[in-house]
Write a protein that binds this ligand. Structure first.
Ligand SMILES: Cc1ncc(COP(=O)(O)O)c(C=O)c1O
Length: 504
């Protein structure tokens, strides 16, 4: 009975989407539709780009870009730490593509390696043969991975690497141990498997997801042990080593060491998601290396593509991998997808890893990251009513603002306090928008804890770059939050008036 009602509802819901228009096939040879050329795209105006974004890409997202004033910008080129817009303005990039630009924008040695590869007409797709590029990259990844993290699967997105990681764990743990423990405020990707262990209602929406997850607070070792005891079916613990989307949340070394010991005791596999925090960002190739422990499986992506292409890898301990896929009968259960191990992607990732070591980028992340953190802590001491916390490691740093009411003059606080939940993210929004508009600095926002501004710059970042960011923040905070809000609102009003005039 209930099922019958449900299916009726579904049919009604589907009726709200109009049927596609009927297109009668034109007989004869196919003619070229109205296509834009690459040169058309390069020369496109902001107005045309806005129109196409609205019509063909993501109309809803445009709303947020407009709120922040980001919709007026067309990036013409990028180099090192900077974007350059249509007016030649240099924008200092502390957003860093959410951590996908470790070697900087258009790193010359990455470009040179790719150009040479193209000029030599090397092959990209080699499914029928072994690839010297995929195997060499697998060797390099194994070489930078501690312990016996030696078996490598190549893919093209963090989600894909994490799906591979969860599957290798599930196969190695066995059919009776298919439950996955994950953390509050986790982000592991948007494909349906990993989305099941991503703790964001926005992303989960109302999708039908896997129901074999057990959620615990991040960094709570007692909760993990209690879960292991209550659910012997747990075969995998899936955790970001540093939570990115959760607001740059770290756990102490002691937690990770106890986690390793607990996993060994209960025979559970530890999967470390290093998609955002890995590839040198924290001052070690992997963030877990700070804690003297090695997971059973890990995943990297983002910066692995050298800022030029989509590359990702899952790395498993040999024993785990062999248990899952080690025989001819099991080898093809989860072998590379179409673009896994694509030639130019592999050599780009190889050059990226070589550059990280040869150009001292990992050590630079540690040194400049420590400077960034100390400079932000200095700001926090100066503006304790505005900045609540500074945290992170290397060049993965979060700056958390106080709840909005607390940043205002004392007389205004009680009246505004009841709106704090609704106003979460507003100060980071105002600051982010004004940092870009008035100080040419780009910072990143955070999905779950929207009071946090995320700083994930390229690892080529210098102390002078840090001084520019911190100096700009200091100037803005020095004016006080009331002025920041006024400035932001004034910009919105001017925008609306200009739009009104144009329309008239
Ligand atoms: C920790 C973490 N895991 C997985 C992913 C998914 O990566 P992708 O967007 O490349 O699919 C992300 C992306 O932001 C991430 O931050």
């Amino acid at each position: 009975m209930l099922d019958f009602l449900k299916s009726k509802k579904t049919v009604e819901a589907r009726k709200t989407v109009a049927a596609p228009s009927v297109v009668t096939p034109v007989p004869g040879p196919v003619s070229k539709p109205d296509l834009l050329s690459v040169e058309d795209a390069k020369a496109m105006s902001v107005e045309k780009m806005t129109d196409l974004f609205k019509t063909h890409y993501n109309p809803g997202q445009l709303h947020f870009m407009k709120l922040l004033g980001f919709h007026k910008i067309k990036i013409e080129r990028a180099e090192g730490m900077y974007y350059y817009d249509q007016n030649g303005r240099a924008i200092l990039d502390f957003f860093g593509g959410f951590g996908s630009l470790a070697v900087g924008h258009n790193n010359p040695r990455i470009i040179a390696a790719r150009k040479k590869f193209q000029d030599e007409q090397r092959h990209e797709i080699a499914m029928a043969f072994m690839s010297q590029y995929a195997t060499a990259l697998a060797h390099n990844i194994a070489a930078v991975s501690p312990g016996d993290l030696d078996m490598v699967f190549l893919g093209s997105s963090g989600s894909e690497a994490m799906e591979a990681a969860l599957k290798v764990c599930e196969r190695a743990a066995g059919p009776d141990r298919s439950m996955v423990l994950f953390a509050e405020n986790s982000f592991h990707g948007k494909t349906k498997g990993v989305l099941s262990y991503t703790d964001g209602p926005l992303y989960k929406s109302e999708f039908k997801l896997l129901e074999n997850g057990v959620k615990v607070p991040f960094g709570d070792i007692d909760a993990i042990e209690a879960a292991f005891k209550a659910h012997p079916e747990i075969g995998t613990v899936c955790l970001e080593t540093i939570q990115g989307g959760g607001g740059i949340n770290t756990a102490p070394a002691e937690f990770w060491q106890k986690l390793r010991a607990l996993c060994d005791k209960y025979d559970v596999l530890w999967l470390a998601d290093e998609v955002q925090c890995g590839v040198g960002r924290t001052g070690r190739f992997y963030a877990f290396e700070h804690y003297g422990v090695v997971p059973d499986v890990t995943a990297i992506a983002k910066s692995l593509g050298g800022g030029k292409c989509a590359m990702a890898a899952m790395i498993a301990r040999t024993e785990v991998y062999m248990k899952a896929y080690g025989t001819p009968k099991t080898a093809l259960i989860h072998a590379a997808a179409t673009f896994g191990g694509i030639g130019e992607g592999c050599i780009t990732a190889m050059e990226t890893i070589n550059a990280l070591y040869e150009d001292n980028l990992i050590n630079n992340a540690a040194e400049v990251g420590a400077y960034l953190k100390s400079e932000l802590e200095r700001l926090q001491a100066k503006y304790p009513d505005i900045i609540k916390d500074v945290r992170g490691q290397g060049l993965m740093v979060g700056l958390e603002f106080q709840d909005f009411s607390q940043t205002l003059p004392a007389v205004m606080r009680p009246a505004v306090a009841m709106l704090d939940d609704k106003l979460k993210g507003s100060l980071s929004g105002f600051m982010g928008a004004l940092l870009l508009r008035d100080h040419d600095v780009l910072v990143a926002f955070t999905e779950y804890n929207r009071n946090v501004v995320r700083l994930l710059p390229p690892l080529v970042c210098t102390k002078e770059n840090v001084d520019q960011l911190v100096g700009a923040m200091d100037k803005m905070m020095g004016k006080g939050v009331v002025m920041i809000v006024k400035d932001f609102i004034a910009a919105q009003v001017i925008e609306k008036k200009t739009k009104g005039k144009k329309a008239a």
